[in-house]
Ligand binder design. Structure first.
Ligand SMILES: [Zn+2]
Length: 109
């Protein structure tokens, strides 16, 4: 586990490197640095059975994204369309940006 540090940010495109969704790609919807985990849109879905209650209509099966260990996802480069080796660059204004070491394209935004 890599609690305390998450190398990806919300909005990053990533590839899943382990587990049942290995090889699939998706967008980070949430990072949980305290758990070293991330949520990826539409991936690592778990089905939860919910009981019917009076407030909500019916019960049934709820599909929900479950957190993935951040160490099991890799940033995807939009230009290479592959997992990227990430480089870091500091701009003149002091802003840190990440880029793909292969094609030099930025990984921000
Ligand atoms: Zn690239």
């Amino acid at each position: 586990m890599s609690a305390g540090k998450v190398h990806v940010k919300k909005g990053d495109m990533v590839m899943i490197m382990a587990g049942k969704d290995k090889g699939k790609t998706g967008r980070i919807t949430k990072t949980m640095p305290d758990k070293g985990a991330v949520l990826v849109e539409g991936l690592n879905i778990v089905k939860k059975h919910s009981r019917p209650n009076k407030q909500k209509t019916g019960g049934g099966i709820l599909e929900k994204e479950s957190p993935l260990d951040a160490s099991n996802v890799m940033i995807l480069c939009k230009s290479c369309n592959k997992t990227a080796r990430v480089g870091h660059q500091v701009l003149e204004d002091g802003k840190k940006v990440r880029f793909c070491k292969k094609c030099k394209e930025t990984l921000e935004g």
